[in-house]
Design a protein. Structure first.
Length: 367
């Protein structure tokens, strides 16, 4: 299951965003360190394709895939040295797959900024610096331990030393560990270090209602995008108004659609956030469908058919024979699995087949 941590300085809108995502009512009062223990919530991944599949097969149940969001308390300068309960917060970040870094891009004199002014570029630098400093200390401790083993000639220790030294050089320059170049064989080793800056990051710009939908007129967001284009090319920024998202989360479906239309929006910003998180981690969705249930599943991009089968049950992967497969668009055209088989558009795919986003799959196995 995908686990994403929501991080940022205090009072940037993290808990309000979490409340809107999960409707769990996490505290979001206007003072630093309101969130001490991380709040955790499960969020359905919105996917209109699953809704349509559910209708077409007349299944008894609709089971979407889910993302676990963790609202991690606000970091402050000095967190890497324990300031503001920093050690506890940093430990919570280590447990997530991806980081959603919330940056305040709106002015409001009634909401105190911990640094006294709104500056998302500076906020990003503070959080990134604290994460890098925590990683640097962790790498230095591990280097010290590993160096002793490497001197004794342990091959594994030598391989670890080589990766650690490259990571240390990056961190010392103020660059994140995710930029380190590693071979496929070294990747599991890097993951075992559990470095904070090795985690993929998505930036969420918390803007005012008037800045929706894309925040193009927001000067704070424009400057943030300019800096990211230079320092983190390819990184994604999702503009969201947490106040609006909080209102949307409390409305019935019909009223929500009308409210969005009044704002010139076609969907909640949180839907865009979830899809962006999937892109960040390189994930795709496939479906299974039948009378009992229509269900969405998540697998990494590039996964082979047996790996997708294993997401459902380990026996499916172990005894994999083939996967009867049809793409979503083709399935929607023919209208049913029965029609797909009759018209010969249901493909039989073997072990080397790479799962595509939107595939509807029926696995054949023998254990």
């Amino acid at each position: 299951m995908l686990k994403a941590g929501i991080v940022g300085l205090p009072n940037v809108g993290k808990s309000s965003l979490f409340n809107a995502l999960t409707a769990q009512g996490a505290p979001s009062e206007n003072y630093p360190f309101c969130t001490v223990e991380p709040n955790v919530g499960m969020v359905e991944v919105p996917d209109a394709r699953l809704d349509r599949i559910f209708e077409l097969v007349a299944a008894r149940a609709r089971l979407p895939t889910v993302v676990q969001f963790v609202d991690i308390a606000g970091l402050v300068e000095g967190a890497s040295e324990g300031e503001g309960l920093g050690n506890q917060f940093l430990a919570n970040i280590r447990e997530v797959d991806a980081v959603v870094h919330v940056l305040r891009c709106f002015e409001d004199p009634d909401i105190t900024h911990v640094l006294g002014k709104v500056d998302p570029v500076q906020d990003r630098e503070i959080v990134n610096t604290e994460l890098a400093l925590a990683d640097l200390a962790s790498v230095e401790r591990r280097l010290e331990r590993t160096a002793k083993k490497a001197k004794s000639g342990e091959p594994e220790a030598k391989r670890e030393m080589a990766v650690l030294e490259r990571v240390h050089a990056l961190l010392a320059e103020g660059r994140p560990a995710r930029e380190v170049e590693v071979s496929p064989e070294e990747r599991p080793l890097l993951r075992s270090f559990q470095l904070l800056t090795a985690k993929p990051v998505l930036y969420l710009a918390n803007v005012a209602e008037g800045d929706l939908p894309d925040g193009e007129a927001n000067p704070h967001l424009a400057r943030l995008r300019e800096v990211l284009a230079r320092e983190e090319p390819g990184s994604e920024v999702v503009p969201v108004c947490s106040a609006i998202e909080a209102e949307l989360s409390e409305l019935p479906d019909a009223e929500r659609i009308e409210f969005l239309a009044d704002l010139g929006l076609t969907e909640p910003g949180l839907h865009r956030l979830i899809r962006a998180t999937y892109r960040l981690l390189g994930l795709v969705t496939f479906f299974t469908a039948g009378e009992k249930e229509a269900r969405a599943w998540t697998v990494r991009e590039g996964a082979r058919a047996p790996e997708a089968a294993g997401v459902i049950h380990s026996d499916f992967e172990r005894g994999f024979i083939r996967a009867e497969t049809i793409g979503y668009e083709e399935f929607q055209r023919v209208g049913s699995l029965k029609a797909a088989k009759e018209q010969g558009v249901m493909r039989s795919e073997g072990k080397e087949y790479t799962v595509r986003d939107g595939d509807i799959m029926l696995f054949r196995f023998n254990v």
